[in-house]
Design a protein around this ligand. Structure first.
Ligand code: ACM
Length: 708
């Protein structure tokens, strides 16, 4: 068994980083790392993500070959049947096996089928629906059973994740899996407002969500920068509010059906009363200030806001929401409510008079009034309301779902007051944080202090992909694979939080996600080739793997990307948020510093030498491609940092006295390399190299280390 796992891990590693196969030096580093055992490479552990509630390996394996057949028992419904077909397609795609397709998987009840699935009833796409399933793999049979077809969908994904290659060919390890989600609401927010996301982007991301058992697409459809839904009642909304980039109603219906087929609800968001400039391009009379308005090209919180004192606003929204509830069948509609700027309300005498009349003492109270009116409207259309945490004001009806984004406090406060809630604070994908940060961010952490009843009101959470700095070409690399770590946090038990093990499984899942057409891995090299205007981009790949886009809001605050029309095709856009190589490098620094670890030492040395020498190889690109020139100092900085790291290692290994001036000089040089934010990127390996330099300084005068 362990042989199988070792080879699978190796395959996954290389497939995740195809450039390593193109560049000999990189291949060597990959192999050395595998030899070193990697970080937490728990051979013998299944690559399931999200980790199931209970899984037992029972020994032996089921051999997968061209006789493999899938059949339903009973009446699992069309959704599960289509899922079975997709399962077979993906299985064949992965293994290259030519499995009999005629009549397979519709050989219903065929007792000779190798893989039998069955459920008791069709599931409803509502929060709280049963998504549990059980899998039994024995040497002669695979069985998937679930109370609902939704459970079958989740189970198909698990079976696919169990497929592994080894000396005997493809196999499923014999297991018993019993699984159900910890949270009922496991969402991804896609922001089609700031940048339009074509239908195929949404579709492939729905497939990615289904692969990791997420079940809510929170679709942010209106923003200052764009109104993205066709309205037949108020055509000015999409005609003047979208630059022609909107979803037709037919496309929306198709996408909602596509999502439902994958067990995913679609909750639309129409953000009100702020974030609403695009509504006013055609209908300025709805706004709190006279206008005229046009869709915003810039980012940041705008002053534009609906006028809650205008009765026509409510009539308009009533009709509009009536039209939208015909398009979106989900029980919930999200009406935003975040970051409403009261300045236009303060400047409008009609609104001031309205506040006096209604006895509303503040803009918060005015917004609460607005929210209550909208809630009435939604209820009339048979829908429930969700909103951002700002709508949690005294008097808010208890039926509203509160989504926290500024901290976990609002979520906890909401649950104490009787509201259901969702966590998004800590799951903002646009902030380019490492997957581990999101992974350890628990909607109900240990010691949350809520009663069981209050805790039960926390429905789950949502990853949020705000799209100010992404294009259809780059968005997948911001979403995946990090969202899979969030998916596990929301599906698996609280105690499943081994970060190294998560990263190990994430690499395998990341490769598998490509089968849906997701571009999170492949677009980097495509974008680098375009920037370089050349086929040989080896040195650029090395640089790209040593840097990361600035984390948090630092990139936004540099203001280099000024408008929605920015092409977003620079080096920083090509580079994914988190470098696996740098993470391994940092782990090896830990291993090297904590003792005699020759493999870690060799890996560090090879990597540092690669980084040190890379600048010379990259230089021709900076001459030939003006678009790459901005990262030349970064490339030089990487070489300098690597040289410092090599000196530090040499000092420790040789036991040479670094001497206070030499050691602190190294560290000061590193400090400089962290500062300039060249190209809106940072040299991600510098903190780990700093640890080496600091250790070298401390080790002054100590005996030589035996590693080399
Ligand atoms: C938000 O990020 N303004 C919800």
């Amino acid at each position: 068994m362990s042989l199988i796992f070792a080879s699978r891990w190796e395959n996954g590693y290389n497939a995740a980083m195809p450039r390593r196969q193109q560049h000999g030096r990189c291949v060597l580093i990959g192999l050395l790392w595998i030899a070193a055992g990697g970080t937490g490479s728990a051979a013998g552990t299944l690559d399931l993500l999200p980790h199931p509630a209970r899984v037992v390996e029972t020994g032996g394996r089921f051999l997968l070959d061209e006789t493999f057949t899938v059949a339903a028992v009973g009446e699992p419904g069309d959704r599960a049947r289509r899922a079975a077909v997709r399962f077979l397609d993906r299985f064949c795609g992965r293994t290259g096996l030519f499995v009999r397709r005629d009549g397979n998987p519709s050989d219903e009840g065929d007792p000779r089928a190798s893989f039998i699935y069955k459920c008791e009833r069709l599931g409803s796409l509502v929060p709280g629906e049963d998504e549990s399933y059980r899998i039994t793999v024995s040497p002669d049979r695979v069985l998937l059973v679930a109370p609902t077809d939704l459970g079958l969908l989740r189970g198909f994904e698990t079976v696919l994740q169990l497929v592994e290659g080894g000396p005997e060919g493809y196999v499923l390890p014999c297991v018993q899996v019993e699984d159900e989600p910890r949270f009922t609401w496991r969402g991804l927010l896609l922001d089609s407002g700031r940048h339009f996301l074509p239908v195929e982007v949404v579709r492939r991301n729905l497939d990615g969500m289904a692969a990791v058992k997420m079940n809510v697409l929170h679709w942010h459809l209106t923003e200052d920068q764009g109104f993205r839904v066709e309205s037949k009642l108020f055509p000015g909304l999409h005609q003047l509010g979208s630059d022609g980039l909107y979803y037709t109603q037919a496309e929306i219906r198709d996408l909602v059906a596509y999502a439902a087929d994958r067990g995913i609800r679609v909750m639309p968001e129409f953000d009100l009363p702020g974030h609403a400039t695009s509504w006013f391009a055609a209908y300025p009379e709805l706004a709190g200030a006279p206008g005229p308005y046009r869709v915003s090209r810039t980012f940041g919180v705008q002053l534009t806001v609906f006028n809650p004192a205008n009765p026509n606003v409510y009539a308009f929204l009533d009709a509009f929401l009536g039209e939208m509830t015909g398009l979106f069948p989900d029980a919930y509609v999200h009406l935003g409510g975040d970051e409403s700027n009261g300045m236009h309300w303060d400047r409008n005498p009609e609104i001031q008079e309205f506040k006096r009349e209604k006895g509303l003492a503040s803009n918060e109270e005015l917004q609460a009034y607005f929210t209550a009116r909208l809630l009435e409207i939604l209820k009339r259309h048979g829908r429930r309301m969700a909103g951002w945490e700002e709508i949690l004001q005294p008097g808010l009806s208890g039926e509203v779902v509160i989504q926290s984004w500024r901290g976990t406090g609002a979520l906890i406060a909401a649950a104490r007051k009787g509201y259901t809630g969702l966590l998004s604070h800590g799951y903002y994908l646009d902030l380019c944080q490492p997957a581990s940060d999101h992974y350890l961010n628990d909607p109900l952490p240990e010691g949350h202090g809520l009663t069981p009843e209050e805790a039960g009101r926390i429905l789950g959470g949502e990853a949020a992909m705000w799209s100010g700095l992404v294009s259809p070409e780059t968005i997948d690399s911001r979403i995946w694979p990090r969202t899979a770590a969030i998916a596990e946090r929301l599906w698996s038990r609280r105690g499943v939080r081994d970060v190294d093990d998560m990263y190990r499984r994430l690499e395998t899942v990341s490769c598998a996600l490509e089968e849906h057409g997701l571009t999170h891995l492949k677009n980097r090299d495509m974008m680098l080739r375009r920037l370089a205007g050349a086929m040989d981009i080896g040195p650029l790949c090395v640089l790209a793997e040593a840097v990361e886009p600035l984390e948090g809001y630092r990139r936004q605050s540099l203001g280099r990307v000024k408008t929605t029309l920015d092409p977003l095709t620079r080096f920083v856009d090509a580079v994914p948020p988190e470098s696996g190589l740098v993470r391994r490098f940092a782990a090896s620094v830990g291993a090297f510093l904590s003792g005699n670890d020759p493999a870690a030492s060799a890996f560090l040395r090879r990597t540092l030498e690669l980084w040190r020498d890379n600048h010379e190889s990259a230089k021709p690109h900076f001459l030939d491609a003006p678009a790459l020139r901005e990262v030349e100092p970064l490339s030089r900085g990487l070489a300098e940092a690597a040289e410092i790291g090599l000196q530090a290692m040499e000092t420790m290994i040789a036991g040479r006295k670094a001497g206070p001036s030499r050691g602190s000089g190294l560290r000061a040089a590193l400090e400089d390399l962290k500062k300039p934010f060249i190209g809106e990127l940072e040299l991600a390996a510098v903190p780990a190299i700093e640890r080496l330099a600091a250790a070298a300084e401390k080790s002054a005068g100590k005996p030589a280390r035996r590693t080399s």
